[in-house]
Design a protein around this ligand. Structure first.
Ligand SMILES: [Fe+2]
Length: 347
């Protein structure tokens, strides 16, 4: 089973608490609102615990987290109305859309959330809300390139033949990027582009985003596609900083529509036994203090306009973001998956 057992030592307190809530529910009683919020999280504990602790200090509301690498939508579906979970913390429009399609989340109408989070980064139906932003960047070898800007469209240009590395085209980060290309250029143009990018690959798509920058360091490729926060993660990691230092981070399409941006986000479950407290936490996460803490933990950008990114992240410079909404990108994800298959991108 992909979903974690509740036996991890750090989750002991939580597992007890979740079991208690679940037991209460199966005995046919409405869970009595203790002052708590239960969270299913795809985000690693170290990223969110400091913020949750701050929330508890300020409000007295306890938080219980189950960390899961995947399988949250299915689990919520299975648990149905008896789910002890109130909130889901996750990454990528792909995962957020999964929650929508599984019909396991409910809309939240909050002036605080609506004011803090630009429309492009939350669902039109208020079903999910972006909390941090990540750019899909191009990393360029300092040694073997001399460009200081690029467009995603350029990646199919023959000058890059045999010089580009990327993870699988099917990974949700790339699917969202390809979906954004479909939204801007249509399916036929995007298919041509994707074929061109494939023809330029230095090797079969493999590994994660950081492995592509490592491949630049190793001389395997000159350009790599990767999310922005990994630059920070690598630069502050003793063993990986030399990978990052071998490459410049480029923000694509600065001379036209801007760089493709995705989110980490939050959604309220349909079951939500602690709905009022859960909404308080959602609102807290969108306010300046949590925005700063949450984005800094993983070298991401705050979603709330005017909140500053960390010093390291800011040092990569200002950039222009594509204003295409994630709702719009979500609409083209399925087409993107089909195109990746059609051009046999990973083959
Ligand atoms: Fe990631």
């Amino acid at each position: 089973m992909k979903f974690p057992s509740l036996k991890r030592p750090s989750l002991k307190r939580l597992s007890t608490s979740l079991l208690v809530v679940a037991a209460g529910l199966t005995s046919g009683q409405q869970a009595v609102a203790a002052d708590e919020v239960n969270i299913y999280s795809n985000r690693q504990p170290f990223l969110i615990q400091p913020i949750l602790d701050t929330f508890t200090r300020k409000t007295g509301i306890e938080t219980n987290v189950v960390f899961a690498k995947s399988g949250v939508a299915e689990r919520l579906k299975t648990e149905g109305a008896n789910s002890p979970a109130d909130l889901v913390l996750t990454v990528d429009i792909g995962r957020l859309q999964e929650l929508v399609e599984a019909d396991v989340i409910q809309s939240v109408n909050s002036d605080i959330l609506n004011n803090n989070i630009p429309q492009q980064f939350r669902s039109k139906d208020n079903l999910w809300f972006g909390l941090t932003l990540r750019v899909r960047n191009v990393y360029a070898s300092k040694e073997r390139t001399d460009i200081n800007g690029i467009a995603y469209e350029d990646l199919s240009n023959p000058e890059w033949k045999g010089r580009i590395c990327t993870r699988s085209g099917k990974h949700q980060y790339n699917i969202a990027l390809i979906a954004s290309m479909i939204a801007h250029h249509g399916e036929a143009e995007t298919e041509k582009w994707l074929k061109g990018v494939k023809a330029n690959l230095a090797q079969k798509p493999q590994g994660n985003d950081r492995a592509q920058v490592k491949a630049i360091k190793e001389g395997i490729c000159d350009l790599a596609i990767g999310n922005s926060y990994y630059y920070g993660v690598m630069l502050t990691d003793e063993n990986q900083s030399e990978w990052a230092r071998s490459a410049n981070i480029l923000f694509p399409n600065q001379s036209n529509r801007g760089a493709h941006v995705n989110v980490s986000g939050v959604a309220l479950t349909k079951a939500a036994p602690n709905k009022a407290n859960a909404i308080k936490l959602m609102e807290f996460l969108s306010e300046e203090l949590a925005q700063r803490m949450y984005s800094e933990q993983n070298f991401e950008y705050p979603v709330k306009p005017g909140v500053k990114a960390s010093g390291l992240v800011s040092s990569w410079g200002e950039f222009k973001a594509d204003t295409l909404s994630l709702d719009e990108i979500a609409k083209h994800r399925e087409q993107a998956v089909k195109l990746v298959d059609k051009v046999d991108f990973d083959g």
